[in-house]
Design a protein around this ligand. Structure first.
Ligand code: ZN
Length: 246
């Protein structure tokens, strides 16, 4: 089974389409998309991104921006730009898409994988950026692997059950999960707003027969997304940052 992993699409349809095209050309049509939350927020195409995801067989969890956009979470931790984009998103989302976001679970388990947006300890809000935070989180899920988004930074945290030690590594282009000793928390990076100083869209593919995960970066037309955002009156800083991957 070919599983496409997409996290933090953030209403960036141009980036999402580029990722799906790359996925189809490289692996054929995916059997399922696993979406790690924050489908909307920041970007100009919230309805189109939800509609496109729903054309696929998919599993999705809810992210903090999804909840804030539909009024189910207060934006008190958002900066003014993120808050302005969330308010705009809430105004333009169609009722059926609001209902869609409202019904998304916070955690899903599929085979060897637990799927959450932020962390298994705090599914919607916690950012997993440090080894110590990740290490504490291995107690909060049962499966061998956990897939997260939220930080927009591709990263792998490992837990070695023999030593009790945790580690951090970059996501390699190819990783044979069958050869992994211990457990992993994997963040494939963000489709629609990368923050690791590489502006290309990030996503991953899991081939469940080969027990292998593939990580990709895909160029897309950033200017097209940025112009849409400016034309819609979204904060200029949110458009500019896309060029720098920050
Ligand atoms: Zn996000």
């Amino acid at each position: 089974m070919v599983v496409g992993l997409v996290a933090d699409i953030h209403a960036n349809l141009v980036a999402f389409e580029a990722v799906l095209n790359h996925l189809k050309q490289t692996y054929g049509p995916p059997d399922v998309l696993w979406c790690l939350g924050d489908i909307v927020g920041y970007g100009p195409d919230p309805n189109d991104c939800i509609d496109l995801l729903r054309q696929f067989n998919f599993v999705a969890v809810v992210g903090n921006h999804d909840l804030v956009a539909i009024g189910l979470m207060e934006p008190e931790l958002f900066n003014p730009d993120a808050r302005a984009a969330a308010i705009w998103t809430g105004q333009v989302l169609r009722p059926d898409n609001k209902l869609f976001l409202q019904n998304l679970p916070r955690r899903v388990v599929r085979d060897d994988f637990t799927i959450v947006h932020g962390s298994p300890r705090s599914e919607v809000w916690e950012y997993l950026l440090t080894v110590s935070a990740a290490c504490e989180n291995f107690r909060h899920f049962e499966t061998r692997f956990c897939l997260v988004g939220h930080s927009h930074i591709p990263v792998i945290f490992g837990f070695n059950p023999d030593t009790g030690n945790c580690s951090r590594a970059d996501v390699p282009p190819v990783l044979d999960l069958g050869k992994v000793r211990g457990r992993l928390i994997i963040n494939p990076g963000s489709v629609g707003q990368p923050r690791d100083r590489d502006p290309r869209a990030a996503y991953a593919v899991i081939d469940t027969e080969k027990h292998t995960i593939y990580h990709h970066r895909v160029e897309y037309n950033i200017r097209q997304t940025a112009e849409k955002m400016l034309n819609l009156g979204l904060p200029e800083r949110l458009a500019i940052r896309l060029n720098y991957g920050i």
